[in-house]
Ligand binder design. Structure first.
Ligand code: ATP
Length: 227
């Protein structure tokens, strides 16, 4: 396979508690701009940097499946749920690289808020050895990296995302300017808890599922982290 024909795979990880249109619009625009063959939505089992999700893992997976059904390029990848334990992105990238081969263009999508804390991720310097990082703006977030992470990122920023992607299977940091949607899962959970409607912030099918199962309005069904 020539390098220009190498498959382009987007990887979008998160808690997705619940998935919303900010995630989905970001995924769609990145897929279009980078001509991705496939966009994998990867729910975290236990996110290392935050408290436990309110929805169960199976509910978060089901909500992602309902959201992904509407777009043939979106695939839900449950490897972090199957692996269990804390979900580290580096482990996920290694497993995807082993599965998809050395030529595949792996594009890890990270919101600017998450990227700003990249130096707290497990083996963060190794992330670019397995994937390109696609950093997308998020309303209200500014890029303020620590000194070492700043140097690391500066050495990898690609002025021309298309050329970077055509030229290598991993290693570049691509910044994309996308439509800004100030939607967060936190806000959606708060609306539901207050008895207000989050309609139009997330797909109707996901909202119907949330309501049927009273996901964010029932009493806490399980104990989680309290941080
Ligand atoms: P919460 O409010 O519960 O923290 P969230 O809405 O930030 O959730 P996550 O599942 O934590 O959603 O986010 C997964 C990824 O999606 C992160 O990289 C995050 O930066 C990105 N992201 C979330 N919401 C948006 C948005 N509205 N626009 C762009 N990127 C987003």
């Amino acid at each position: 396979m020539s390098s220009s024909a190498a498959r382009r795979i987007g990887i979008f990880g998160g808690t997705f508690d619940p998935v919303h249109n900010g995630h989905l619009r970001t995924a769609l625009e990145v897929a279009e701009l980078l001509a991705l063959d496939e966009l994998r939505l990867v729910p975290a089992s236990v996110p290392p940097h935050r408290g436990a999700p309110l929805a169960t893992a199976m509910e978060r997976l089901r909500m992602l499946e309902l959201a992904a059904d509407a777009n043939p390029g979106f695939v839900v990848d449950d490897r972090e749920l199957v692996r269990g334990g804390a979900s580290y992105t580096i482990d996920t990238l290694r497993s995807l690289r082993a599965e998809l081969g050395a030529a595949a263009r792996l594009c890890l999508i990270v919101g600017l808020d998450a990227f700003a804390a990249i130096d707290t991720w497990k083996e963060w310097r190794a992330l670019a050895e397995h994937a390109h990082l696609v950093v997308v703006q998020r309303p209200g977030a500014a890029l303020a990296l620590g000194e070492e992470a700043g140097r690391w990122a500066a050495a990898r920023f690609a002025g021309d995302p298309a050329a970077a992607l055509a030229g290598a299977a991993q290693g570049a940091i691509l910044r994309l300017e996308l439509t800004q949607l100030a939607i967060s899962a936190t806000h959606i959970r708060a609306l539901l808890a207050e008895g207000r409607s989050p309609r139009y912030l997330l797909p109707d099918a996901v909202l119907d599922y949330i309501r049927e199962n009273r996901i964010y309005t029932r009493a806490a069904a399980h104990t989680g982290d309290t941080d």
